[in-house]
Design a protein around this ligand. Sequence first.
Ligand code: HEM
Length: 513
Amino acid sequence: MVEKYAGSALVVVTTAIALALVKKKWTSRNLPYPPGPKGYPIIGNLLDFPENPIWEGFTRMAKEYNTDLLHLDVMGSHLVVLNDGDAAADLLERRSVIYADRPRLPMVGELMGCSWSFSIMPYGNAWRVHRRLLHRFFNASVVNQFDDKIHKAVNVFLHRLSESPERFLKHVRFLTGSLALSVAYGLNVGSESEEVYSTSEGAMNAFDIAMVPGTFLVDTLPILKYVPEWFPGAGFKTFARIAKKNIDDSVNSPFKHVKESFEADTITASSFVTTCLEELPELSKDGVDEEVIRGVGASIYFGEHHCHVASAIKSFFLAATLHPEVVRLAQRELDEVLGGERLPDFSDKPQLPYISAVVKEVLRWRPPTPLGSGHRLMEDDTYKGLFIPAGAIVIDNTWAIFRNESVYPDAHAFKPDRFLKDGRIDLEVKDPEESLFGWGRRVCPGRHFALRLLFLTVARTLATFDVSKCLDGDGNPIVPDGKYTPGVISHPLPFRSDIKPRSTHALSLIEGS
Ligand code: HEM
């Protein structure tokens, strides 16, 4: 009898252990992490991090380890880089509910006081309230409310380009920065926004520096935030204090200005902030208050987002400078549709497939964000027999996704034609706009706005200007080296381009715009 129970107990215990082992094996730790370099005790893969540009390094490393998912250990924190579009869609899109959090960056969020930034805002109710408010203004069906502002900003850009073409890179920055000020706060694109924009440029640079993961040790060892500023080696505290003051000033002063005008009933131009203040009683039912409006306004203007568009426009000028054949084909299409009689508009887009293909190819060839934004995994996950632990930072390598030869043959070349078939956009070719703007719940809410601005800028620039290589003293073309900055938003390093109005008629179209 005893033996019988002992035997049954043994079976139960053995089965329980077996089940526990199976469960353990299939739920977590016994599955391997995704492949990656082995690393060292304590520091993990700190020494294995590729040189800049880091996205190219990750692409090479993924090939070396023959994997789409690359794993690195950064002093005990897990980083998983997704080098394939399908893997990114499977995890960040289809399992978005557990991949929607953001990494914690105490330097930007706490020490520099930018908790309003979406790039570090944890997934949760506060994020939802901010996100819904932004979506209300920028979703595909209402985003054309900003078309007048886009027209005005692009036309000012063309004027500036005709006056001082050699300063085109500066004009691009002003185009996107002043438009953001106009959209967020209703400032006039012109001297009014120029003043505000130029005073906040330093603060924006500090923000950009701090947003690069790994710049400040305090992001890896958050306890360092308690170190006093006078302590040797605590220079980051001084950096944070000064940056916080400048950022607060940059973000608060336009908001305060609009709020005072609103209260005095002297508002002259519509804007995101004005409309929100008008609708506050209604919006407050959704959890919106003045602080939320101030934060979202800051994200539109001060966050890095309009710099993404600026990077894409600069890359367009680089591509046009390097590829005269593309400029010729684009201008032929524009002339056929417009007859040189007027400037192109949004309604012309269906008749301008080559221009659309140029925009797609610029975004694929030199994505403004070659590495997407980090997503923080909220619970343990497994994928194709690999284990990804809760807390891991998962990031899509857009560069690698756009360099996949089986999707984009001759991927390093700039070829707008790859998106065309029989004179139309070829729907069989993977649209880079589907992965460039990120994934799931965190997908870029400004993408429709950005694409409208890009289309109009490229179309109107090519309709009115020739873009080509400058010549040196001996008449030889100066070929830009095409190098880019290594930061989270990658911009072409300054280069020269010969930009001239196509004709006096083109100049008159600009004058009349
Ligand atoms: C070519 C231009 C742009 C590119 C390439 C771009 C790209 C991206 C990417 C890759 C993300 C991260 C998505 C993810 O985490 O999966 C993002 C997020 C975001 N973008 Fe954009 N973006 C652009 C323009 C804009 C503009 C003009 C705005 C302003 C309205 C904007 C607002 C945002 C915001 C607020 C987020 C954070 C969303 C969140 O965390 O919930 N973006 N963008």
